[in-house]
Ligand binder design. Structure first.
Ligand code: E4P
Length: 216
């Protein structure tokens, strides 16, 4: 399973990358708007910190505009994966861009039929948003199970990128279901390292170690 950080913040990315287990980054217009920099410059800085896919989202509503933006973004750096929204225009753009070997992450996916359409259009990643589904009383993880099963049934190459993750349980469930990638906020990434019994065990071992005689 690959772990992506869902952020455009360089400090968070630097910190997570230093662990050696960070595989990529996803951004969206909201995350980019929190950073005081131009879109392109921020993307280049992110790409210099992480040697893996970095998702950058288009903001046009029509396919033509998305294609133009995507070509521009893809030229910025080899790590860039372009995000197109799960709309009819987004899929028209995805089909054309994937034909040009530009990798597309189809985002804002909330149903299995949408995921199938994205895969058929040639998406490199499909991003179902589990947390936002949970927020409206639907099971985000049930959707992941359905998409993974369907993609396996038809051997679609599109990778399932579980997005809008809110806690480590989402990550574990996604792993059990065989999803390819989880993208998560820095807070959840940090939580994946932690267990109170680990902290307690380290404290105890270090305390006991102090009683071991030292050769001077
Ligand atoms: C994924 O690519 C999205 O940026 C993200 O996971 C959205 O998550 P949110 O629902 O926490 O905003």
């Amino acid at each position: 399973m690959k772990f992506f950080l869902d952020t455009a913040n360089l400090d968070e990315i630097r910190d997570a990358a230093s662990t050696g287990v960070l595989d990529g980054i996803t951004t969206n217009p909201t995350l980019i708007s929190k950073e005081a920099n131009t879109f392109e410059d921020q993307l280049l800085k992110i790409c210099s910190l992480v040697d893996g896919p970095v998702s950058a989202e288009t903001v046009s509503r029509d396919a033509g505009g998305m294609i133009e933006e995507a070509r521009h973004l893809a030229k910025l750096h080899r790590n860039i994966v372009v995000k197109c929204p799960m709309t009819k225009d987004g899929l028209k753009a995805t089909k054309i861009l994937s034909g040009e070997r530009i990798r597309v992450n189809v985002t804002l996916v909330f149903s299995a039929p949408q995921a199938i359409m994205a895969a058929k259009a040639g998406a490199y990643f499909v991003s179902p948003f589990v947390g936002r589904l949970d927020d409206v009383g639907q099971s985000g993880m049930d959707l992941i199970r359905d998409i993974v099963t369907i993609f396996n049934n038809y051997e679609y190459k599109t990778e399932v990128l579980v997005a809008s993750i809110r806690n480590p349980i989402h990550v574990v469930q996604a792993a059990l279901m065989g999803a390819d990638i989880c993208t998560m906020p820095a807070k959840v990434f940090e939580q994946l390292f932690k267990h109170p019994l680990t902290d307690k065990g380290v404290e105890q071992f270090l305390k006991d170690w102090e009683t071991v005689p030292v050769i001077k």
